[in-house]
Design a protein. Structure first.
Length: 369
């Protein structure tokens, strides 16, 4: 096995294509950006499979293995195998994917990465048959990871379909459910605290919930900020309880989540970008409300109530005046029970996905570390 550098086995090539220049281009050849496929155009820059690296802006350092007869825009660059060196393109891709390119990032406002810097990264080059065998191993793992993610997405789609199946279109209200303002069912309403950076510590005993943790009717504990909250009235006001409905009121309006027993037992507080709503649970199941607010009928209301054309924001009057359908509690609870069953399936999928990610990381270290 040879130990070479990335610059020994591949060269870089640049793209001068701007996304704004693609508007009138139509064809059959794919062109890619940092987030993936942009569109199909009438030209291509590469006639063989290649590796693309995001070199500027959002997604910097992300690597992709892309097909022949395609192109990338100018925020990305091509990595092409050098002639005369037996290298499997997939093996090269997995090797680059394993590299820690972040240490080569530069630029404060718009980050950049330069091939002249990261070409020094070492790479193991076994014989071509071994390269292809290793590539097949990672191909199988990646295929399983993709399959698990697709299963998870399909389960989310099933829940949304079930919501419509049970309650009908929220705008036309075919079941003639009563319609009421959210204020009629609110027992407690508050927004979160600002200026709590001083209480955020790595070994904090509780959590500080931010807008990034709240999405798709869930509150994720991944990357939750640990905190040692003060013992004062502000903390008591913003500490969440099980069943509280959280809604984002700035930036990305209308993201929802419901506080679980796990989060409440751990102890958690909300920041200023969230509002905490404690509902009358005899009339509304908080998770039903979360799904209603994430539906087209709910999102339309958030857009119409946005208080600023410059910086998105909602006030308490806007929250109180939100309107929703109020089905009988047994129907709401039946839907929530269905969601919990789907969540169990998603948890099993996530555990499988986590194991696959751990396996891939270990094998990456074995072959490329």
């Amino acid at each position: 096995m040879k130990r070479l550098t990335l610059g020994d086995v591949c060269k870089k090539a640049s793209s001068n294509i701007a996304q704004k220049d693609l508007q009138d281009k139509m064809g059959v050849y794919p062109i890619y950006g940092a987030s993936g496929l942009i569109k199909q155009v009438d030209f291509y820059q590469q006639d063989k499979e290649y590796i693309a690296v995001v070199k500027d802006g959002a997604g910097i350092g992300r690597t992709m293995l892309l097909p022949a007869y395609s192109s990338v825009i100018g925020t990305m660059q091509y990595l092409l195998p050098k002639e005369g060196i037996p290298i499997d393109i997939k093996y090269l891709f997995y090797a680059v994917e394993h590299m820690n390119l972040a240490k080569y990032f530069s630029g404060a406002t718009i980050p950049h990465i330069y091939f002249k810097d990261y070409q020094k990264e070492p790479i193991n080059i076994p014989d071509i048959d071994t390269q292809k065998r290793i590539s097949r191993i990672f191909d199988k793992i990646d295929a399983l990871i993709t399959s698990r993610k697709e299963q998870r997405t399909k389960l989310d789609q099933i829940v949304k379909s079930r919501f419509i199946e049970m309650f009908g279109d929220q705008k036309s209200n075919p079941n003639s459910y009563p319609i009421s303002q959210l204020s009629e069912h609110i027992e407690f309403l508050t927004s979160g605290s600002r200026g709590w950076a001083q209480y955020c510590v790595d070994n904090g005993s509780e959590w500080f919930i931010t807008i990034k943790n709240v999405k798709d009717c869930r509150i994720s504990i991944d990357n939750m900020q640990p905190i040692n909250a003060p013992d004062n009235a502000e903390a008591k006001r913003t500490k969440v309880q099980e069943g509280d409905l959280l809604i984002s009121i700035t930036a990305d309006l209308g993201r929802t989540g419901v506080v679980t027993k796990e989060i409440a037992d751990h102890g958690a507080y909300i920041n200023q970008h969230l509002t905490c709503i404690r509902l009358n649970k005899e009339m509304l199941n908080p998770l039903y409300v979360a799904f209603f607010m994430e539906s087209p009928a709910g999102k339309e209301q958030f857009e119409s109530k946005n208080q600023s054309a410059v910086k998105a924001g909602l006030n308490f009057n806007s929250i109180n005046s939100l309107r929703l359908l109020v089905p009988p509690m047994d129907e709401q609870n039946a839907f929530v029970g269905f969601v919990h069953q789907i969540d169990k399936s998603k948890l099993a999928i996530q555990k499988s996905l986590d194991k696959l990610e751990i396996l891939k990381k270990a094998l990456m270290q074995k072959y490329f570390g």
